[in-house]
Design a protein around this ligand. Structure first.
Ligand code: GLN
Length: 452
């Protein structure tokens, strides 16, 4: 009830929730109370969560931030949310996001931008909470839920976490089931939590992850107790610092934060190792070929017939498809679908898509080549603090640069966490990222907790 009251007061300003499921929340909370009273409570009993509107929730509208899916009420539950409810969590509502998770500022949402509860000292400008999980990050930072689900295709958990002073982790590809998650780029998409603390992130992630035969890329591996890694000494761990992550035009404050992180881990007994990930500079162009290509294939299902928006006025079957898609999809989604269709088209497939897959392999091999020398890698989460709403909308390429530190782990399938680690000169939060080996979230949580 306390969270619902806060949401009612703050959401008209922040726009973090697209739907508040107050009655459902109270029903779930009462059922949770009853389970606790009878001594059968689960690990998340009664925890009030916000759910990114990308996860299908049975009987509750799921839009993925798009007019295309306005009014779509899924008849089934995503595996990730079903796991959370199994452990006793309570749903407060559905959270705003960039349309189909395409964006870094939450400005591509059909429901309007989300505001960051943080403001820079001496300025009243509204800031972005980042994207695409902007609603999740803003809601957690503003105490409009205890924690939230989010998804990360190229940084959409970690970048908003960094912009709002919260914790966000993307697990190893295949840890969390994609069943019931609205697809963006299937070989990159992973679910994860945004939370206040590293310990909460461990608790939530171990509930969200499970083997699922409804997702053909789900990994049949046990989910460890990651909370056991939180607070464990990092003494003796070898931490890699990749020299290629020093990017052109990186603000001095970001370099200073990174140096500070290195110093903290050194003090805690880690060995710092300079490493090279030589194909890093190709990661953004590779991502912005692979992700749109997969999106153009995935989003072909929105044809105005089986799902979502259907145009009222049309002259032929082809025109029905075209008009429904032109009306239902926003500008950024249309841009991605156009790029995707182009790089997959017969004349350009080898030159762009196949080439990108080869470079993707090189990027993954860069990581494979350093795991003999290091146990985890430390980088900044983002190349800047939260920027003003409206600032980067004019230029999509500048917007894409936001993902420079995060897309590599999606391309390689590795786990990565963003942990709040300091503030910039305007008092805005900044995040550090810890990247781990495949399936080694334990070390990621261990190092992340040491930076907290
Ligand atoms: N900002 C990136 C994009 O726009 C990543 C989005 C995401 O991780 N869902 O594609």
């Amino acid at each position: 009830q306390a969270f619902l009251t806060s949401v009612e007061a703050a959401n008209p300003t922040l726009n973090a929730y697209v739907e508040v499921t107050a009655d459902k929340a109270m029903d779930m909370a009462r059922a949770s109370d009853a389970r606790i009273a009878s001594g059968e409570g689960g690990a998340l009993e009664g925890a009030p969560l916000g759910i990114k509107d990308l996860f299908c929730t049975e009987g509750v509208q799921t839009t993925a931030g798009s007019n295309m899916l306005r009014g779509f009420v899924p008849p089934y539950e995503s595996t990730v949310t079903a796991n959370l409810w199994r452990d006793g969590a309570v749903m407060l509502g559905k959270l705003n996001m960039d349309e189909f998770a395409m964006g870094s500022s939450n400005e591509t949402s059909a429901f309007g931008p989300v505001k960051n509860p943080w403001k820079s000292t001496g300025s009243n400008a509204d800031l972005t909470p980042g994207g695409s999980s902007g609603g999740s990050a803003s809601a957690v930072a503003a105490d409009l839920c205890l924690a939230a689900t989010a998804s990360d295709t190229g940084g959409s958990i970690r970048q908003p976490a960094a912009f709002t002073g919260t914790v966000g982790i993307k697990p190893t590809y295949g840890r969390a089931s994609r069943f019931g998650m609205v697809a963006f780029a299937s070989s990159l998409d992973q679910a994860g939590p945004i939370t206040k603390t590293v310990e909460d992130a461990a608790l939530l992630l171990q509930s969200m992850c499970s083997f699922d035969d409804k997702d053909s890329t789900s990994l049949d591996v046990p989910t460890p107790d990651w909370t056991a890694s939180v607070g464990k000494s990092v003494k003796g761990l070898r931490i890699g610092v990749p020299r290629e992550y020093v990017v052109d035009g990186m603000p001095a404050e970001i370099q200073a934060l990174w140096d500070q992180g290195v110093a903290w881990l050194k003090d805690a007994g880690c060995e710092i190792v300079e490493i090279s990930l030589p194909h890093t500079k190709y990661a953004l162009p590779t991502y912005y070929i692979v992700a749109p290509a997969e999106a153009s294939s995935n989003l072909a299902r929105y044809d105005g017939m089986r799902f979502g928006h259907r145009a009222d006025q049309f002259s032929s079957l082809d025109d029905l498809y075209a008009t429904s898609r032109a009306e239902g999809f926003g500008k950024e989604v249309q841009r991605r679908l156009t790029i995707g269709a182009y790089v997959l088209s017969a004349g350009f497939y080898d030159a762009y898509y196949v080439r990108a897959l080869k470079v993707r392999r090189r990027i993954a091999e860069d990581f494979d080549n350093v795991w003999g020398q290091v146990d985890a890698i430390l980088t900044p989460s983002t190349p800047s603090a939260a920027f003003a709403l409206g600032d980067k909308q004019i230029d999509p390429l500048t917007m894409y640069l936001n993902d420079v530190f995060t897309v590599t782990t999606n391309l390689a399938g590795l786990p990565g966490i963003s942990v709040p680690a300091g503030v910039d000169s305007g008092g805005l939060p900044l995040g550090l990222q810890v990247i781990g080996k495949a399936l080694d979230e334990a070390t990621v949580f261990q190092v992340g907790a040491a930076l907290e």
